[in-house]
Design a protein around this ligand. Structure first.
Ligand SMILES: NC(=O)c1ccc[n+]([C@@H]2O[C@H](COP(=O)([O-])OP(=O)(O)OC[C@H]3O[C@@H](n4cnc5c(N)ncnc54)[C@H](O)[C@@H]3O)[C@@H](O)[C@H]2O)c1
Ligand SMILES: O=C(O)C(=O)C[C@@H](O)[C@H](O)[C@H](O)COP(=O)(O)O
Ligand SMILES: [Zn+2]
Length: 362
């Protein structure tokens, strides 16, 4: 069974198809006027799934070339992005080509950015293969590469023509990647859907075990909630910033530790624990809710104690954030579970939270 969630933005709309075996149906998302297809992947995902993806794409009758990028967050950079352009130009792909991103969020973010820039914009299809990319990064059109000074600092808003989610491919993921992806799932409950947060608490074991019904529901609900937010505010002039809950802290961890040391989802999980503590100090989040956030992040298998970067280094890293305005840090904070606001916080309070969350809760 395949379910479809639609994403509607001012520039148009596209479907997210969620099901099993979608990898064998990729041709259904290839528009008739496409001249050639570039499948972009990495060696890990390519070895597992490129053959099937290529066979499916070839059913459209188009030529398919493959571009293989090195694997890892550390390669989400200019040099690796340029390998995509090299491959497209060497194979003389024209304006009517289609780029296909087969992989996790790193591949998806880079292929989307390449699609936004190649010949000033060509179409791209997202085929996310991690929990994180299926519930979050493949949807909504944020594309980017990292800069040594800050996460996702160079990029564009550029929507795919469709998202093809094959739940089966998750079974080859390492456990650590499943845990990291679940951090973005529980984020939606915290910012916009308290009942979904309750459901995540009740189903954490099933989610970690990739129980088919549980993981399908989590992916569908996450995509529905993200599609709703993106539909209201595609370019983050307001509401969309709530999707950044936990990310001011999380991105500082990723950049501060060196990209790839902590997984994005792990950093966001820990960042949500810190943002929960900051919410208690600023927007009145009650102690029971702070504990529920901590306990669920721990239960999905993500770290809850932040690395010791040094308080001033923490603040410096957090300032390199796209929500920063006029040098002032802004955070996504929770007055209660299921409701988020975006606002500044006094630096002495932020420092205090950095100290408090550095101590393990027993
Ligand atoms: N654009 C957005 O809205 C958005 C949202 C969230 C995260 N992101 C970005 O996404 C990135 C993180 O994505 P991610 O967590 O998917 O990491 P990732 O892309 O690095 O993938 C994680 C690892 O799993 C491997 N892998 C992928 N699919 C697999 C499969 N089915 N079986 C076995 N191994 C597989 C990859 O090769 C990689 O080693 C970060 O760069 C983050 O900034 C973007
Ligand atoms: O889609 C969004 O909007 C998000 O913020 C989703 C986040 O999970 C994601 O990590 C995003 O890439 C962060 O965006 P950034 O603008 O803070 O780099
Ligand atoms: Zn994220």
């Amino acid at each position: 069974m395949t379910t479809t969630v639609n994403v509607a933005t001012p520039g148009g709309h596209y479907p997210i198809h969620i099901g099993t075996g979608r990898l064998d149906h990729l041709h259904e998302s290839v528009p008739a006027d496409v001249t050639a297809i570039a499948l972009v992947t990495n060696p890990t995902v390519g070895d597992l799934y490129a053959k099937r993806a290529i066979a499916a794409l070839q059913k459209s009758g188009k030529t398919v070339i493959t571009i293989t990028l090195p694997d890892g967050e550390t390669y989400k950079d200019w040099q690796t992005l340029n390998l995509i352009f090299d491959g497209l130009l060497q194979n003389r792909l024209d304006r009517k080509c289609l780029l296909v991103a087969l992989g996790g969020g790193v591949i998806g973010d880079m292929v989307g950015f390449a699609a936004s820039a190649y010949m000033r914009g060509v179409r791209f299809l997202q085929v996310p293969t991690t929990v994180l990319s299926q519930v979050d990064s493949s949807v909504g059109g944020k594309t980017a590469i990292n800069h040594p000074l800050g996460k996702n600092m160079i990029g564009a808003f550029y929507q795919p023509i469709a998202v093809e989610i094959d739940i089966d491919v998750l079974h080859t993921l390492p456990e650590r990647e499943i845990s990291a992806g679940l951090a973005e799932v529980i984020k939606y409950g915290l910012i916009i859907d308290a009942a979904f947060f309750d459901w995540c608490e009740a189903n954490v074991a099933a989610l970690r075990a990739l129980d088919p019904d549980a993981i399908r529901y989590a992916i569908q609900r996450s995509c529905e909630l993200k599609a709703y937010v993106v539909g209201q505010d595609e370019r983050e002039s307001g509401l969309r910033a709530i999707l950044n809950f936990g990310h001011t802290f999380g991105h500082a961890i990723e950049a501060g530790m060196g990209y790839g040391e902590w997984l994005h989802g792990e950093a966001v999980g820990c960042g949500m624990v810190q943002a929960g503590a900051l919410s208690a100090a600023t927007t009145g989040l009650d102690a029971d809710s702070v504990k529920r956030i901590h306990d669920l992040v721990q239960a999905i298998g993500c770290p809850v104690v932040p690395p010791n970067l040094g308080t001033e280094r923490w603040v410096e890293l957090m300032q390199v954030d796209k929500k920063t305005e006029g040098g002032h840090l802004r955070f996504v904070l929770l007055p209660k579970i299921g409701q988020a606001v975006v606002q500044g916080a006094p630096l002495n309070v932020v420092r205090d939270v950095l100290h408090k969350t550095a101590v393990p809760v027993l």
